[in-house]
Design a protein around this ligand. Structure first.
Ligand code: ZN
Length: 328
């Protein structure tokens, strides 16, 4: 509960003191002693939204609307939420700043929980446009438990945060590719550990840094695989459908990154995830993305992306940011 420490230190006229007291009592009356729990249900799966005690009750609807929006974006990747039961906890962030979601973290367990720390005054629109919401939820697309190779999990989240925003109308197709291009550029500019393998940089990232190199090398891995899967299967298989198969078999398993890659190959009858896994792991800088962009009809002129509207690559590219066809 909020503490009214500062009120006593301000000298105010009597009528103002009374007004302050009334406002304070009103605000205390609309806070609850326990976190508020709301249940969202979708296709028999449940998401418990846990709203921290420091939010006013008048804010609960806005927060629940935001969670409903981003959790819809997650469900749209392969048709349902990855787990039968999961939780999102929201707490107001203490630090002031422009970022609507300054901090977030994931706890993987029997019931996965995502903790969001948000700017208390962030509007629904600001929250919907904050990439962190999509990034964190995208981590749940694979049953990864955090045993090494964090480039794999961070790359998946960095790639999908853009797809989820574009598919749900938060970013245009061009803005999504601009954001992916900007990410690759930040990864390329993060040169401190160039020459060292991604495996090594990834495993020491939380101590030494190199986050952009790690995140965007991982995003390169998933973009490359998504494009190859769609090309080789004439668009009948995509990263979305590959992850759907993984979820159907193994959502409740605890798998390492390489185990997930091997499982994805096995389930989808391909030899891509494992081979490219080793290639990415041994890379010594963010691998080249230019030829993929050229194939997809993405031109970059002075740092700005421009999209071709025709050609086989452009059609494939447009499918990536459309809501997937889940009938297959
Ligand atoms: Zn992440």
């Amino acid at each position: 509960m909020r503490t009214p420490d500062r009120v006593g230190h301000v000298f105010l006229p009597a009528w103002r003191r009374l007004l302050c007291l009334l406002l304070l009592l009103q605000s205390m009356a609309s806070l609850s002693d326990e976190p508020v729990r709301k249940l969202l249900v979708r296709d028999g799966r449940t998401l418990e939204v846990i709203i921290g005690v420091d939010f006013d009750t008048s804010e609960h609807e806005r927060l629940t609307d935001w969670v409903a929006y981003i959790s819809d974006a997650l469900a749209n990747v392969f048709g349902h939420w990855p787990r039968h039961q999961w939780e999102i906890a929201i707490t107001p962030a203490a630090a002031a700043g422009d970022d609507p979601i300054p901090w977030a973290q994931i706890h993987r367990n029997t019931v996965d929980r995502v903790d969001f720390f948000i700017a208390p005054r962030a509007s629904l629109e600001q929250l919907k446009h904050a990439w962190t919401g999509y990034h964190e939820l995208a981590h749940l697309l694979i049953p990864y438990q955090g045993w090494g190779d964090s480039w794999f999990s961070e790359g998946l989240a960095s790639y999908y945060q853009n797809l989820m925003q574009a598919r749900n109308g938060v970013l245009s197709e061009e803005e999504a590719w601009q954001s992916i291009y900007d990410g690759f550029s930040r990864g390329r500019a993060d040169t401190e550990f160039d020459g060292q393998s991604l495996e090594q940089v990834s495993n020491t990232m939380r101590v030494n840094g190199g986050y952009m190199r790690v995140y965007w090398s991982g995003a390169w891995y998933f973009l490359t695989i998504d494009v190859l899967l769609r090309r080789q299967s004439e668009k009948s298989i995509s990263l979305d459908t590959a992850l759907q198969k993984l979820n159907n078999c193994c959502a409740d398993d605890s798998l390492s990154a390489i185990e997930i890659a091997r499982k994805l190959d096995e389930l989808n009858g391909v030899a891509l995830f494992g081979t490219l896994f080793n290639q990415a792991r041994q890379s010594t800088r963010v691998p080249g993305f230019e030829s993929i962009f050229t194939y997809l009809g993405i031109n970059v002129i002075e740092g700005k992306v421009q999209l071709d509207t025709s050609g086989p690559g452009a059609a494939l590219r447009q499918q990536i940011t459309y809501l997937p066809n889940l009938s297959e």
